[in-house]
Design a protein around this ligand. Structure first.
Ligand code: NAD
Length: 382
């Protein structure tokens, strides 16, 4: 079978390493000397979209943490969302899309979607325009966070381009509305293959397909049939099973340890990934990656939380963990490990986190604590 564009654990066509810049002595001038895994000889050009609401302060905190990881970035900052509506007449100007296409990698803060009318959703448009067909949302317990379970380790793989999010909706007379659910064999097999390839390259044991094929026999039936077809290619390497979505939700709440990687159509994926986020500490700690063949966009699961905007209060963890997923995608495994470890240590220690994690620090001070840890681990290794 042809190599899959999935790049967690390796470098694939979604990365921009080919344009790497080298220092004469092969070292990275921005990397702390002696940092564990100190090897960063190249810089990565990344589009940074701060977004709306709490987005800009989280993006700044995350950029500082990633810059302290030992990897060199060239950030191309692009504004999108409410702030650019008046100037460009759209929250997603073409030059932002062009920047992502050029760099092939973007880190994105949340963007506000007007409810009911106006522009549909920057996020959905971005995913559809750039063909970001796979939405990866890992949910892993973090030491020091009080949750119902200590050992959750789940990965949601959500189909990102079709289902009820295809946006085919209309009124049928004044008193009825209709949304059309699109499921295709091509998109279903593609997302199933992504889930299995993720399982293989990340040493995961099982993929569970989630559906409602008992009721939607044609659409969800096709999704399930496609998953079964792909699962057959991985027989003996990755276990496969399926669950009806309502039962899946109950099982996840009661015994999350039974599950590993889940693959779902768009809407169920959106809902079940929030459920999984709740199991490990909530939206503030839930990262995400949107992977496509042309580009990949890394963003938290949460939205722009406008009521906290500009208060240096919001939790940067989800965006920083999205940055960790980005580091892995770029092939910077050691730096990804360092950042995640430093973040987890600061959370476990407890006092320098944001309010929602039980601490008293602001967004920027939380980031400072992580950067100090990164510096300390670099010093210890030298
Ligand atoms: P939200 O995720 O913005 O906020 C819900 C609540 O979760 C907040 O009130 C806050 O209590 C908490 N929260 C979320 N992120 C947090 C953080 N980092 N730190 C601390 N607490 C946090 O959801 P919403 O209120 O439904 O949506 C607000 C806007 O964001 C809407 O316009 C929505 O469309 C948009 N949105 C965008 C994205 C995206 O850009 N990918 C995703 C979801 C929602």
């Amino acid at each position: 079978m042809a190599a899959h564009p999935l790049t967690f654990g390796g470098v694939g066509p979604g990365t921009n390493r080919g344009r790497a810049a080298r220092r004469a002595d092969g070292g990275d001038p921005s990397a702390p000397e002696g940092a564990p895994g100190y090897h960063a000889t190249m810089s990565h050009k990344v589009t940074l979209i701060p977004g709306d609401g709490i987005g800009p302060e989280l993006a700044e905190a995350t950029r500082r943490v990633l810059d302290a990881s030992g990897v060199r970035f060239e950030w191309e900052v692009q504004d999108a969302g409410e702030a650019v509506m008046a100037q460009f007449g759209t929250p997603l100007p073409d030059h932002v899309l062009e920047s992502i296409r050029r760099n092939r990698v973007a880190l994105k803060g949340p963007i506000t979607t007007p409810v009911g009318s106006g522009f549909r959703s920057v996020n959905v448009t971005l995913r559809q325009t750039l063909g970001l067909y796979a939405n990866l949302r890992p949910a892993r317990s973090i030491n020091g966070l009080e949750t119902r379970y200590d050992d959750v380790d789940l990965v949601v793989v959500r189909e990102n381009t079709e289902d009820l999010y295809a946006g085919i909706e209309h009124m049928v007379g004044p008193d009825a509305a209709e949304s059309i659910k699109i499921i295709t064999r091509a998109a279903s097999e593609r997302i199933a293959r992504f889930a299995f390839e993720y399982a293989v390259s990340n040493g995961r044991r099982k993929v569970t397909a989630v559906h409602k094929a008992n009721i939607m026999k044609l659409s969800d039936g096709l999704f399930l049939e496609s998953c079964r077809t792909v699962a057959a290619e991985y027989e003996g390497r990755v276990e496969f099973e399926d669950r009806i979505v309502d039962n899946m939700c109950m099982q996840l709440v009661q015994k999350p340890e039974l599950y590993d990687v889940m693959v779902l159509p768009n809407l169920y994926g959106d809902i079940v990934s929030d459920l999984c986020a709740g199991l490990v500490g909530g939206l503030g700690v839930a990262p995400g990656a949107n992977i496509g063949t042309e580009a990949s966009v890394f963003e938290p699961v949460h939205g722009s939380a406008p009521k906290y905007a500009g208060q240096d209060k919001a939790n940067p963890t989800a965006l920083i963990l999205s940055g960790v997923l980005m580091l892995r995608h770029l092939g910077e495994q050691a730096a990804a490990e360092r950042v995640e470890t430093a973040l987890r240590e600061v959370i476990a220690e407890g006092s320098r986190t944001t309010y929602d994690l039980g601490g008293t620090a602001g967004t920027a001070a939380f980031a400072d604590a992580i950067i100090e840890r990164l510096g300390a681990s670099a010093g210890a290794a030298s």
